[in-house]
Design a protein around this ligand. Structure first.
Ligand SMILES: Cc1cc2nc3c(=O)[nH]c(=O)nc-3n(C[C@H](O)[C@H](O)[C@H](O)COP(=O)(O)OP(=O)(O)OC[C@H]3O[C@@H](n4cnc5c(N)ncnc54)[C@H](O)[C@@H]3O)c2cc1C
Length: 594
């Protein structure tokens, strides 16, 4: 079993050259985030990820969580690791200063979160949900609610959950049936929620559930859903824990991956009604939940990056060690010398770099959107974040399935048996395309809300920016960049054709457009990720020309970008063809012909 080592040089390069770290740190509020501080944070996080979280990843997967009479016991070592995670301030780190966090740029916390996801995805979910719940309460809850719940949640003393899903309400939350009836200064909540991540466990004193439910007079559909805080233990006026609320974990799921993360069936109100406190105004719950879900979507996209990185490191170590057959590459004695193994490793590496670039670029845009002094730039960045959020979520997670699967392939038969650990990464990755909105839902969002609704304005502006870069590379002196620029230009033609087709056809033939939605999402990720790879290659070429001492790393960056263009960017044309010509067959069969 290998030990996770955070790819610090690669992360820092991507933060600087793609995420715009220096510019972000110069923004008001981030003056104290110096380059030295960022490096120190990343190094400390890397130590925690490799030294504390990684060692309990495989054992947590093997042991899983146990349920007995409503009580959930986490895997050995998780409680201690969580206590240490909170004591050392990592839980609070990404939160805003006014909430008790460190107020770092999202770009910096994104790199740190990637390490938690790589080293122990099951563990990382607890913090992700807690801080998501904090954001929802902090943005929309009353002062009293914030005071009562937020500080302990940020500190990690109490954890948070997101209770949306019900058996009949998954992707379509308008079907939520849980009920909330007013009673004095609170409500009584009744209903059953399924698939609730970290819904019950033994790592924290209290669990703060955010629950979607309907008021008695609520309108049908999404406009009649409200949001409630239902703590496991009620909280007294002095902040101490009171009696147990009327909610219980009825069971936990047995599932393909993330075994160490409890996935709970939560039953609210078996004894008359769980006490819940309304967040914000009635019937606005779903929009409040989106505060949480947009963050969570980016973080789940990051799971795709993190778990792929872990699978890559594992496969690379195996390929450098396993001897089998005479290799075709001079100097290589192990299977890394077989061209097909090299191809798989470089596919993994180049896709991961593109995915990380996309995630960090979006994180950097989030920082600009939040606090850049120029209002026009803030708006432009916000539009980019909104356009790219479903792409980060959908494309990085879909890509992770292929990458973690290749990780197994490189191990041969040893990848298929559990002993080597390669299989866990694919099993863990498999959920990422499903929760926080399936890829189909992300793709609908990308086409409907993000592309067509605004007539393609932001996408076209982004394409314009990418075309200008491609032209600069093609016109430049560096041969490697000219090749990269030409490939990027071809990808952009494919993207433009699909965008134009969708804008022309979506209104009249929405089913045709929806049939190509996921291919369009993959096309967008492939091209935008490739553009950012090209920008990285340009930065590497500049640093090489300036005589950087990191020649090995920079040359590898250039080659990896070229590999991406030759092996991944070429897929853009196929995706575009599916969007523009593939819908008819998709829709041709009647249900009974399947
Ligand atoms: C391990 C795990 C953890 C989870 N954690 C949480 C949690 O913490 N809190 C929570 O509330 N929920 C959680 N979920 C639930 C998760 O968010 C849902 O499973 C997910 O939203 C999909 O809903 P569903 O399972 O009902 O599938 P369905 O909505 O029934 O979808 C089935 C298929 O139909 C497709 N589909 C459905 N509608 C459309 C559409 N309009 N357009 C195109 N395709 C469509 C989907 O893409 C999918 O392929 C978790 C689930 C799992 C398995």
């Amino acid at each position: 079993m290998t030990t996770y080592a955070a790819p610090l040089r690669e992360m820092l390069f991507t933060m600087k050259e793609i995420g715009g770290l220096d510019a972000v740190c110069a923004q008001p509020g981030f003056e104290e985030t110096t380059p030295d501080l960022v490096e120190a944070i990343l190094e400390e996080a890397a130590k925690f990820a490799g030294g504390v979280l990684d060692p309990i990843n495989a054992s947590g997967d093997k042991q899983g969580v146990r349920w007995k009479d409503g009580v959930v016991t986490t895997a050995d070592g998780f409680g201690l690791a969580y206590a240490s995670f909170c004591e050392t301030g990592w839980n609070a780190m990404p939160a805003r200063i006014e909430l008790g966090g460190q107020g770092l740029p999202t770009l910096v916390s994104t790199a740190v979160l990637e390490m938690w996801k790589s080293s122990n995805m099951a563990f990382s979910l607890c913090q992700m949900l807690t801080l998501g719940a904090v954001e929802a309460i902090a943005h929309h809850g009353s002062d009293a609610l914030q005071k009562r719940f937020v500080p302990n949640m940020v500190a990690g003393k109490w954890t948070g959950t997101m209770n949306l899903t019900e058996p009949q309400a998954g992707s379509d939350l308008s079907a939520v049936r849980s009920r909330a009836v007013p009673e004095g200064d609170h409500y009584r909540v009744n209903g059953t929620k399924i698939f609730i991540t970290w819904g019950e466990h033994d790592m924290a004193e209290n669990i703060v559930h955010l629950v979607l439910a309907r008021l008695p007079d609520a309108p049908e559909g999404v406009k009649g859903i409200s949001l409630f805080v239902c703590p496991k233990f009620l909280v007294n006026d002095d902040g101490s824990l009171g009696t147990r609320n009327d909610l219980v974990c009825a069971s936990i799921e047995h599932k393909l991956g993330i075994h160490a993360s409890p996935t709970a069936v939560m039953s609210f109100g078996d004894k008359g009604g769980a006490i819940g406190y309304l967040v914000g105004e009635p019937n606005k719950g779903l929009s409040y939940m989106f505060t949480m879900m947009n963050h969570a979507r980016l973080n789940v996209g990051l799971e795709g990056v993190g778990i792929s990185e872990r699978a890559y490191q594992h496969a690379r170590a195996f390929a450098l060690d396993r001897v089998q057959g005479r290799t075709a590459t001079p100097g290589s004695k192990t299977i890394i010398g077989h061209p097909d193994v090299r191809r798989m490793l470089l596919d993994m590496k180049s896709r991961i770099e593109a995915m990380r670039s996309l995630a960090y670029f979006t994180a950097g845009q989030m920082d600009r959107a939040a606090s850049h002094p120029d209002a026009r730039l803030r708006l432009r960045s916000q539009a980019l974040v909104e356009l790219l959020t479903p792409v980060v979520k959908g494309w990085c997670t879909e890509s992770a399935l292929g990458i973690t699967s290749d990780g197994i392939q490189i191990h041969g038969g040893m990848g298929y048996v559990e002993e080597t650990g390669a299989a866990q990464y694919l099993r863990d990755a498999r959920i990422t395309t499903i929760y926080e909105g399936t890829t189909g839902i992300q793709a609908n969002d990308l086409i409907g809300r993000k592309l067509v609704r605004e007539g393609g304005t932001t996408m076209k502006a982004l394409i314009g920016m990418m075309e200008a870069d491609a032209q600069r590379f093609v016109d430049g002196h560096a041969a490697a960049l000219r090749v990269i620029g030409a490939s990027l230009a071809t990808g952009l033609q494919a993207l433009t054709a699909a965008v134009d087709w969708l804008l022309a056809h979506n209104a009249q033939q929405p089913a045709l457009a929806a049939a190509g939605a996921v291919p369009f999402l993959k096309l967008s990720g492939t091209v935008v990720g490739g553009w950012l790879m090209a920008r990285g290659a340009e930065a590497a070429a500049v640093q090489l020309a300036a005589g950087s001492a990191e020649a090995d790393f920079l040359q590898a960056k250039l080659h990896t970008a070229r590999h991406y263009m030759a092996h991944v960017m070429v897929e853009a044309a196929a995706f575009s063809e599916i969007v523009t010509h593939g819908a008819e067959t998709t829709l041709a069969l009647a249900d009974h012909q399947f």
